[in-house]
Ligand binder design. Structure first.
Ligand SMILES: C[S@@+](CC[C@H](N)C(=O)[O-])C[C@H]1O[C@@H](n2cnc3c(N)ncnc32)[C@H](O)[C@@H]1O
Length: 263
């Protein structure tokens, strides 16, 4: 394939996620979703997130998948827009909205790539004002799939209103920097394995070609990315327990990070 026709990572992701069937999510995916959402629905979450606005609130769920995050956060927002490159994921997103009894004014899913060099209208097209001035933009389990995570956060921060909040949920590297990871290393050692051998296995994961940052992001990485996107007041929370990812033959550690758009 010539450089001119080389598929972008977004196109590779669209193809890959078009084939994934959330109706058949394996138990480990359901458990992972449960772990992600557990914090979002916890009593401490609203204060941690720190949305500046009261009343009418709008959220963009970017790379929304089947809508697990929109569903978890819907109660805080009068309107939620989900955007994803995968048409199949959007079918599931719309089903999630219908199951919640939401009208398309309250929760709408559209196909699009707001990170492309040349951003095209979404499918179906939305008025530009519906794709800007969000109180919250969330990117869950997707930043590591983007060609250019740094540019992605800059682009998405531009869609926030002044004081709006950017939240990222993703994996943090296995670098023995947390108690849970040290316990995992012990567990591996008892089985005659090492963290290095597990990391090698992760590199051979069947969905590896859909990912730009297989190791994920450290707190320092996220502070740098948020800063370059014009956001500060960073808050970082690590999952206390690692999450099994049997398809990669490994466990991973989730984080939630938020920052506020600076004037
Ligand atoms: C692992 S799934 C996460 C879905 C959902 N956010 C969640 O937390 O369950 C990654 C999603 O990112 C989407 N995606 C990948 N690259 C994208 C891009 N450039 N723009 C929009 N969506 C993208 C994929 O289609 C897929 O639905």
């Amino acid at each position: 394939m010539s450089a001119a026709t080389k598929e972008t990572l977004a196109e590779i992701n669209a193809k890959h996620f078009d084939k994934v069937s959330p109706g058949d999510w394996q138990q480990w995916v359901r458990d992972l979703h449960g772990q992600v959402v557990e914090f979002l629905i916890s009593p401490e979450f609203p204060a941690w997130l720190g949305l500046p606005s009261q009343g009418t609130c709008r959220m963009l769920d970017y790379a929304c998948g089947d809508g697990v995050i929109s569903k978890g956060l819907k109660r805080h927002f009068s309107s939620v827009v989900g955007v994803d490159v995968s048409g199949s994921m959007l079918d599931k997103y719309r089903k999630t909205a219908a199951d919640l009894g939401c009208s398309t004014d309250e929760m709408v899913g559209v196909r699009g790539d707001l990170l492309a060099d040349n951003v095209q209208p979404t499918d179906p097209p939305l008025p530009e004002e519906m794709l800007h001035n969000f109180d919250l933009v969330v990117i869950s389990m997707a930043l590591h799939h983007f060609e250019n995570p740094e540019g992605a956060l800059q682009r998405l921060a531009m869609r926030l209103k002044a004081d709006g909040v950017l939240m990222v949920i993703d994996w943090t590297p296995l670098d023995l920097s947390t108690p849970a990871q040290c316990r995992y290393e012990e567990e591996l050692r008892e089985r005659g394995e090492s963290l290095e051998s597990v990391m090698e296995r992760v590199k051979g994961h069947s969905a590896r070609h859909t990912v730009s940052r297989p190791d994920g992001f450290t707190e320092v990485d996220m502070k740098g990315l948020f800063k370059q996107a014009g956001c500060g007041e960073v808050r970082w929370k690590l999952a206390e327990q690692l999450s099994p990812v049997p398809v990669a033959g490994a466990k991973g550690q989730l984080f939630w990070a938020r920052a506020q758009k600076l004037a």
